[in-house]
Ligand binder design. Structure first.
Ligand code: 5GP
Length: 221
């Protein structure tokens, strides 16, 4: 069976708020949405649990599972491997629920190619300033780390126009409703952002990030 239930991809730059939205969508609608637990080679953060937040695997295991064809998609992010397990997607679909994936943009591109009926959503706060504050955030982070995040966010934004819908993350409940609506809209949602007015808005965003990077370079120099 293809198409229904759907695979629903949520992507956003780091600090875009997608994990909170994914969690809220499945908490509000547990009968309609299931969350696919990814595998990763990164270490658990405090409070994260194996098999609940991620399947935490070492590189050898991860590579073996790639060779065995266990992943629907996989990608490298910040030097670590992440991937969506086919078994997770199948398990949730077999329950008749839509499958929520919280994944980065390269994985989203693979899903779009493999699952023509997937709905892919890119999430951003309305104001570039809000994202910039989250990216440049804590005092403890080095300039190099902040620069790396800005660079990555610029790349992620450059991929936004390939997604089906842009959702603004200014208010959690509105964003949750928008995700649910995007899935319900089905076929009508399946135009890309690249052909919509949101395109100009994404470009403004890219400019804001570039200005911030230039400002940081000027400070350094
Ligand atoms: P974190 O390490 O902060 O949990 O996640 C880092 C990035 O990896 C986030 O953008 C997250 O959405 C993404 N990610 C998590 N799981 C997967 C996955 O299965 N596949 C891909 N491609 N990206 C993932």
């Amino acid at each position: 069976m293809t198409g229904w239930p759907r695979v629903v991809v949520l992507s956003a730059p780091s600090g875009g708020g997608k994990t909170t939205i994914a969690k809220a969508v499945r908490e509000r609608h547990p009968e309609r949405f299931g969350f696919s637990i990814s595998a990763t080679t990164r270490r658990p953060r405090p409070g994260e649990r194996h098999g609940i937040d991620y399947h935490f695997w070492d590189r050898d295991r991860f590579r073996a599972e790639i060779v065995a064809g266990k992943f629907l998609e996989h990608a490298e992010y910040a030097g670590e491997l992440y991937g969506t397990l086919r078994a997770e997607v199948d398990r949730i679909r077999a329950q008749g629920r839509h499958v929520l994936l919280d994944i980065e943009v390269d994985g989203a591109a693979q899903v779009r190619a493999l699952e023509p009926d997937a709905v892919t959503v890119f999430i951003l706060p309305s104001e570039p300033r809000v994202l910039l504050e989250r990216l440049t955030g804590r005092q403890s982070e080095s300039a190099a780390e902040v620069e790396r995040r800005l660079e990555r966010a610029t790349y992620e934004l450059s991929q936004a126009m390939h997604f089906h819908r842009l959702i603004r993350n200014d208010d959690l409940e509105t964003a949750v409703r928008d995700v649910v609506q995007a899935v319900a809209d089905g076929e009508t949602v399946r135009r890309s952002i690249g052909s919509s007015p949101d395109f100009a808005w994404i470009n403004n965003y890219v400019s804001a990030l570039q200005q911030e990077r230039a400002r940081m370079h000027a400070q350094k120099g």
